[in-house]
Design a protein around this ligand. Sequence first.
Ligand SMILES: NC(=O)c1ccc[n+]([C@@H]2O[C@H](COP(=O)([O-])OP(=O)(O)OC[C@H]3O[C@@H](n4cnc5c(N)ncnc54)[C@H](OP(=O)(O)O)[C@@H]3O)[C@@H](O)[C@H]2O)c1
Length: 308
Amino acid sequence: MERALVLVGAGPIGVASARAALDDGVVATVAAVVDPDDGARRRAGETLGAAGVPHLEELKLVGDQAVAIVAFSSRAGVTALAVCHLLRSGFHVVTTCEELADPPENVREDLIATARRAGKVAIATGANPGFVMDRLPLLLAGGSRNVRRVAVVRRVDTSTRREPLVRKTGYGLSPEAFAAGVEAGGLGHVGLDVSAHLVADGMGWKLVDEREVVEPVLGEGGKVAGLHQTFDGATDDGRSLHYDLTMAWGLERPEDRVIIDGSPHLAVAVEDGYPGDEGTVARVVRGLAIAPKLAPGFYRPSDLPVWG
Ligand SMILES: NC(=O)c1ccc[n+]([C@@H]2O[C@H](COP(=O)([O-])OP(=O)(O)OC[C@H]3O[C@@H](n4cnc5c(N)ncnc54)[C@H](OP(=O)(O)O)[C@@H]3O)[C@@H](O)[C@H]2O)c1
């Protein structure tokens, strides 16, 4: 039977992922685009040849072979509700929601139980979180023994990225407005701690001490060019994680670097950095392809097989 896709959230990531899934033959059609924004829904519907639906509750079932992309929020609560609704309606679901990459335990249990009852699969994936700061370091750490420290550094030139991401870095704001935005929760990268927790959890480390800092990177005229965000975590026997993320407009030397302090010592760099938007699309398409082959349940990035 031919597989149909429903897209929930018609932003740049959802639309590009749906397009790529069609192009790669992972789905045969896009049956519907769900988005409350009239303009975004209409544009995506035209591009993808899909019907537009303003709200998820109005979506009609499209058959047993249906898969869904959920790409509208970084927050676990609201996204988990949509994912569970789709699972109960007979869909396999792939979401780019950052917080769902390592959700609170009660949310994770709910997702697992709902997916198993429905006999379906839900996957949380992406580039970051989802790959470059968690799956990749975890894979590399598996090639070493006596690991004492993992350091993960990511430098992103946001002039190469989509507009919603640039907005989240505070580009163009005054330092005062940046500080207020971080305080209010609207600015900053959601998911640095998520990636660190996935790596710690994967290695069996219990972090007893954690610290996250977000500060502005200043550019021309003292305006904010982007952000510098760090996460440090330590176990009670002295092992540690250091995460260091810079996302700024025009940033020089973009790259990803992972350092595993163990035996052997590893230092691995992704030249020019892993492209976050293109990478996220690749991860979503991979998720759509693999979901029907997995046992029913909910999968965080680190729960997926290596080729998954
Ligand atoms: N893990 C990763 O590596 C990764 C990478 C890229 C993106 N992401 C995440 O993926 C999501 C999509 O990214 P994006 O840049 O495409 O986002 P975006 O530009 O914010 O687009 C989201 C779209 O979803 C709509 N929407 C809001 N609430 C909705 C709902 N309840 N149901 C359906 N649609 C709804 C929005 O409409 P309004 O404009 O009216 O709100 C908007 O059109 C974001 O949450 C982003 O943080 C994760």
